[in-house]
Design a protein around this ligand. Sequence first.
Ligand code: URA
Length: 436
Amino acid sequence: MRVVDIIQKKRDGGELSGEEIAFLIQGYSRGEIPDYQVSAWAMAVYFQGMNARETGDLTLEMAKSGDQVDLSPIAGIKVDKHSTGGVGDKTTVVLAPLVAAAGVPVAKMSGRGLGHTGGTIDKLESISGFSVEMDRERFFAQVGEIGAAVIGQSGNITPADKKLYALRDVTGTVQSIPLIASSVMSKKIAAGADAIVLDVKTGSGAFMKTLDDSIKLAQAMVDIGSHLGRNTVAVISDMDQPLGYGIGNALEIKEGIDTLKGQGPKDLEEVCLILGSHMLVLGGKARDEAEARSILKTHIEDGTALEKLKQMVGAQGGDVSQIESPDTLPTAERLIEVKAEAAGYVEGIQAEEIGIAAMLLGAGRETKESVIDLAVGIHLSKKVGDAVAAGETLAVLHVNHASEGKVQEARNKVLEAYRISAQPVAPLPLVYAIVT
Ligand code: URA
């Protein structure tokens, strides 16, 4: 088999066999196939696409390229939840304890933030002492005992995807639906999920800017799931504004705690109830979404979901008193209000710009090596549909050590992110479609 033939076949719109895909991915992983040939192949896929069978084979090949976690020692159906990445997306902080309280085991590996999106692992590290590293035995034992553990990605999971993703990043081939779908799903399969709930974000702050593309991506991932025997449901949710009001690590943990108490932002609560309901149905703990929603609401109302978060934090070495008194979580020294220049109604909030502004303040990483400040970020005061008067506060910057230049840049980005209309604006839908 020759790599050049595989590239030409895809360039000309052909369908690659499982053997050809395996040859390419295995050869690339071993360092035997050079970057330039894989770049050419990725560009051919970008233009010609892949069918469901090819995408499934690519996913499996990447999942097999490194460690594969076997979650079978943990009883029950292990349902993973994955977000394609958004701004202010703290759903895992809410869902891990909430769903675990309802009896679905959560054995979750999460990532750190990069660029304009945050990462669950960074958020959890706002809780003093919280450890995101543990060996497999302890991970399994914790999930067995209390039902939930969230750790950083350990071991050598999907090295082929890591290498290919880095190459796509510099060759203009990230925005390909089969390549994104296989990249996401290979990590879920390798992490041992029995069933998967995908939160596919759509809008200005998402990978997929249009609903049409978001549905295509969701369908490609759901198809991979069924091809590989994992029940998969995708929820297409809004990212035309950040989720909730807090953007930044400790700010997001505080909002997650409020939500588990039933006092969080309504959009965050609703998205969590929808995602969580699908997790409960796939996990065999509810017959349908209506039953699942009522179970989840009960766990919020009776305090068992918050109690589960405390148990999880305690088990991972975190300071449980900070969950009881969220004011003791890291807090920024200065609050700077960003005020509206004109009156009107908020029509849109460019989530990506808000994410970048939070990053400039130190909440996120510009590069993998950047050190982040867990206390800083942005608290939105107005969301889409809200009326605003000239001079009224749109958002508050939570600032510690950022230079005046960076603060100014962040302030300008927040102002630019807000689109104000003279006419009243209806609130945005939270969920556009469910793909099964
Ligand atoms: N997230 C991933 O994990 N992979 C992609 O290709 C894009 C987003």
